[in-house]
Design a protein around this ligand. Structure first.
Ligand code: UDP
Length: 246
């Protein structure tokens, strides 16, 4: 169903969610790297949801620092480039951890690639326990495997952690039939199926992430991370977003 501008009205409640943001969301207007005030702003958004008692998993991309595909396009061996991309996600996770802890929220950075001096290795049962203790779990280093993306990592961990939905924070308030920043008549989907996303190449997440969500019936909520209070608002049943479902 396509709507234009109308708020999605259905109130939903979640007790455990996955928040996926791209690395680029952390770079502010500077075009590269980490912009600490932006990291802090997003941490504040996470706190408002944490204050509701919702258990929060996070996956942050690495595209603000390094992407494997960029490296391989410049002649670097792909798997090496991908490992560099995965390491970039660890830096972003640590930055988010610091920002959340400055707000008094307990967190754990949990890496798919063990690096014991820096963060915890991924052990599913231990991660679940952290969530039960209301610690925000930031899953770093993607899936730990090259040729994947952090969208797929977020979907994988969301399934493993039994999250009720993935919240994909973007620059726009949902999925549109064309780029709303380029086309003023673009229409926002209120809901859209996984298959439509794949068939129409709607660019919500990469195809393997969408397929993994579809196969496990995991809804994806696409919303604007630039909208102050947007993340919390959706958990309260307010605001505009697109729900990707089966
Ligand atoms: N990456 C990977 N395996 C994973 C997740 C990520 O190899 O499971 C690498 C890949 O090179 C990717 C980079 O890490 O380009 C950064 O992740 P991503 O592109 O998903 O970041 P985002 O676009 O969300 O900032």
């Amino acid at each position: 169903m396509i709507t234009q501008g109308a708020p999605a009205s259905k109130a939903v409640t979640y007790s455990r969610v996955m928040l996926k943001i791209s690395g680029e969301a952390l770079m502010g207007d500077q075009g590269f790297g980490l912009h600490p005030p932006t990291v802090q702003r997003i941490a504040n958004e996470v706190k408002t949801v944490h204050d509701l008692g919702v258990e929060i998993c996070m996956v942050i991309g690495g595209g603000n620092i390094f992407r494997g595909l960029q490296g391989s396009a410049q002649g670097m061996e792909r798997t090496t480039a991908d490992y560099m991309g995965m390491l970039a996600t660890v830096m972003n996770a640590l930055a988010m951890q610091a920002a959340l802890e400055s707000l008094g929220i307990f967190t754990r950075v949990i890496s798919a690639i063990p690096m014991d001096q820096v963060c915890e290795p991924y052990i599913r049962r231990r991660a679940v326990r952290h969530l039960e203790k209301k610690r925000v779990c930031i899953f770093a280093a993607g899936t730990g495997n090259p040729y994947f993306t952090t969208d797929t990592a977020a979907t994988l961990r969301a399934n493993e952690m039994a999250c009720q939905a993935i919240f994909k924070g973007t620059k726009v308030d949902g999925v549109y039939d064309m780029d709303p920043r380029k086309h003023s008549h673009a229409k926002r989907y209120e809901t859209v199926t996984y298959d439509e996303v794949l068939q129409k190449h709607l660019g919500v997440m990469d195809a393997s992430a969408i397929a993994l969500a579809r196969d496990n019936d995991l809804p994806i909520i696409v919303f604007s991370l630039d909208e102050p209070g947007g993340f919390c608002g959706i958990l309260r049943g307010e605001g505009t977003y697109t729900r990707v479902h089966g």
